[in-house]
Write a protein that binds this ligand. Structure first.
Ligand code: FAD
Ligand code: NAP
Ligand code: FMN
Length: 585
């Protein structure tokens, strides 16, 4: 294992000076927020501040945070901002709105976030009334790594135009580095919403406190100490699932069950070395215009494993590789994904002898190295000052070279107990245990999907919640993959885990998955829902969560004696009541 390190030019130093600077910045922003709120109160003192609706579609809090920032700016400019999640607004109320701005992320493969899905169903319906009196603006959040970049925002923007609403401003599509663009968009859009009826006037500070954002964020992660790195899956498993415990130290960070922890990885030294060898350059080379050595840039700054769209296109252009060019040019995304599957950046550089870039050109084709999110698997009330993760190490072999998932193997291999890792928290307000401690919880979490449910059970245990808890868990084999078995058994004995149904897919000839267990116990599952139960799903989005969604509808149709349409209404109602919640990836 390598010794712990925090690079000098990493985005944090962890020393007191930087902490103090961050703390002061936090105080300053708190004061700014309070000033803005007071300005809006001033506006309302003399006249009624005009309403500005701010709607967000968000899963991990980025779009929601932007909505809150927009509200603060709007207040400072004399508006009465009303911020709501998109599914919290009825389509009838929406149709009455005059000025609306949206901050919306994209999920799945170009889909709406879970908290915007029902809104979108109504907005896109053929009987949606026209909106000639509405003025709107859309800020779309996404990631250019996905095929359908910012698709949710694009759809909303297009649909509102179709319905006759007027754009206040052109839509802006933000990539993962969204903060600066979002700020600029807010500062441009809000004044455009002002018809002259919003007037800001300063009045003295009120006692009401402003919300202070954590100083630890994507650009300034907290250097936390990893205190435990344990292998959960048994020796002999095809998987490598690990349990991590991370000390929150003096960060002041806290979390609620349902939140995610983001980890800022450092690239694998072996891959950096291979890339340097490919370019025949040494690690201490400093390229013109760069302040850091090439070795540092490849280690800390750039994503050097998953190829960016720009790199893929640039390689295709020069590679003279028939099969690649065929799938690249014919527009068949699945065929292109199949061709690219398992190939990392180095594989593309080595595709044919014709592929050749200077190191400068190469850096220009890379994306910045990003954090990865992990569902928190602990309750801070059971483990004060500590946060736990349940992580599957991603490793595969292609053309006899071992390939490593950047962050999961950073945690698994390159952070020893006692080492530091940069972290920050994403709150996920839409993935919480029921406020009512007596409400039943049904949790479906195969594989690493168990993570937040370990946290939910711990939290319910600490709260001495009386509501029954039912977990559907599974993985490949009982012998090797029954992670947290001892804890789950203890929770069953203590009466915290009321029911545990297990689906080990490879212990028999036929696959058995969690959805098969749901159907097998469908009558009881339906009766838990009828008693006000909450239904949660976590884990693989593309296969498992889709099949579980279908199984849920099937169970409701069969045991509630409903046709497909009625069962869909029942599921939609669960979503509306925030009793069907997902954390899928
Ligand atoms: C909200 C949220 C919560 C999450 N919670 C968890 C969690 O609790 N636990 C957890 O383990 N993960 C979780 N994830 C996933 C996690 O964020 C990372 O995506 C995961 O750890 C992989 O990241 P990586 O950097 O190791 O791999 P990357 O370097 O990002 O590589 C991943 C890529 O490797 C390729 N790949 C993967 N497997 C293979 C294979 N067998 N063969 C060929 N190619 C392959 C695929 O192209 C894949 O996209 C969560 C994600 C989100 C968004
Ligand atoms: N998109 C992909 O192709 C793919 C593949 C693997 C992992 N992943 C991702 O890898 C990460 C970690 O995965 P993980 O190790 O936590 O678990 P996982 O790969 O999701 O596996 C957990 C269990 O789910 C089963 N499973 C497979 N398909 C299923 C389906 N359609 N419905 C229900 N269960 C199904 C698996 O069975 P079997 O393995 O026996 O089929 C296994 O028993 C996640 O991010 C996941 O999304 C993605
Ligand atoms: C599982 C998953 C799927 C995603 N799918 C897309 C996508 O199809 N298109 C896109 O542009 N961005 C996609 N994104 C990126 C998110 O839209 C982006 O990270 C956004 O900032 C999240 O905002 P939020 O925190 O408000 O949810 C996806 C992210 C995740 C975690």
């Amino acid at each position: 294992m390598k010794p712990p390190f925090i690079p000098d030019d990493a985005p944090f130093t962890g020393d007191q000076k930087s902490w103090l600077a961050g703390f002061l910045a936090g105080l300053q922003s708190a004061k700014q927020m309070a000033d803005q709120k007071n300005a809006s109160l001033a506006a309302t003192a003399g006249q009624v501040a005009p309403r500005l609706d701010i709607l967000y579609g968000s899963q991990t809090g980025n779009a929601e945070g932007i909505a809150m920032d927009a509200a603060n700016v709007a207040r400072s400019q004399g508006f009465n901002p009303v911020v709501q999640g998109m599914d919290d607004v009825s389509i009838e109320d929406f149709a009455q709105m005059e000025k609306v701005i949206f901050s919306v992320a994209t999920y799945g493969e170009g889909e709406m976030p879970d908290n915007a899905e029902l809104f979108w169903q109504s907005l896109s319906a053929s009987d949606m009334p026209k909106l000639p009196d509405m003025k709107f603006g859309v800020l779309a959040l996404g990631d250019t790594g996905y095929d359908e970049f910012c698709q949710a925002g694009k759809l909303i923007d297009m649909r509102l135009e179709q319905l006759g609403a007027t754009r206040l401003v052109d839509r802006v599509d933000c990539d993962v580095d969204f903060e600066d663009m979002a700020e600029e968009w807010i500062n441009t859009t809000i004044p455009l919403a002002n018809d002259g009826d919003a007037v800001a006037t300063a009045i003295p500070l009120q006692a009401e406190s402003a919300v202070v954002k954590s100083i630890w964020n994507r650009k300034n992660p907290y250097p936390a100490t990893v205190t435990k790195n344990l292998l959960l899956s048994a020796e002999g498993s095809a998987k490598e699932i690990r349990h991590f415990e991370i000390d929150l130290g003096d960060s002041d960070l806290s979390y609620e069950v349902g939140d995610a922890l983001n980890v800022m990885p450092v690239n694998d030294a072996g891959l950096v070395k291979s890339l340097l060898a490919y370019f025949s350059l040494s690690a201490d080379t400093v390229l013109e215009g760069q302040e850091r050595t090439l070795g540092e840039l490849l280690t800390y700054k750039y994503e050097i494993s998953t190829p960016s769209k720009e790199l893929i296109a640039a390689v295709e252009k020069i590679a003279d590789h028939d099969a690649f060019s065929h799938v690249f040019k014919n527009g068949d995304k699945e065929a292109l994904a199949d061709f690219l599957w398992a190939k990392d950046i180095l594989d593309l550089l080595q595709l044919t002898e014709k592929v050749s870039f200077t190191a400068d050109e190469f850096l220009g084709l890379l994306k910045p190295l990003q954090h990865r999110a992990y569902s928190i698997s602990s309750s801070v009330n059971k483990h004060p000052g500590s946060v736990h993760l349940t992580v599957a190490a991603v490793r595969w072999s292609y053309e006899s070279r071992q390939h490593l998932g950047v962050c999961s193997t950073f945690l698994a291999d390159r952070v020893a107990e006692g080492d530091k890792a940069g972290i920050f928290i994403s709150t996920n307000k839409s993935f919480r245990i029921p406020a009512d401690d007596a409400a039943p919880m049904i949790m479906v979490g195969p594989g690493t999907g168990i993570a937040p449910f370990r946290a939910f059970l711990e939290e319910r245990q600490v709260r001495q919640a009386t509501g029954p808890n039912w977990l559907f868990f599974g993985d490949q084999t009982r012998e090797f993959d029954f992670i947290y078995q001892d804890e789950l058994t203890a929770m069953q004995e203590q009466g915290v885990l009321t029911r545990l149904d297990l689906a080990f897919s490879r212990d028999q000839a036929e696959k058995i998955y969690v959805q098969h267990k749901m159907k097998q116990h469908g009558a009881e599952l339906f009766s838990w829902l009828e008693q006000g139960g909450y239904f949660y799903v976590c884990g693989d989005a593309t296969r498992m969560a889709r099949d579980v969604d279908q199984a849920l509808a099937d169970v409701i149709a069969q045991h509630g004696t409903m046709n497909t349409e009625k069962a869909t209404d029942y599921v939609n109602n669960l979503k509306r009541e925030k009793r069907y919640l997902r954390d899928v990836y």
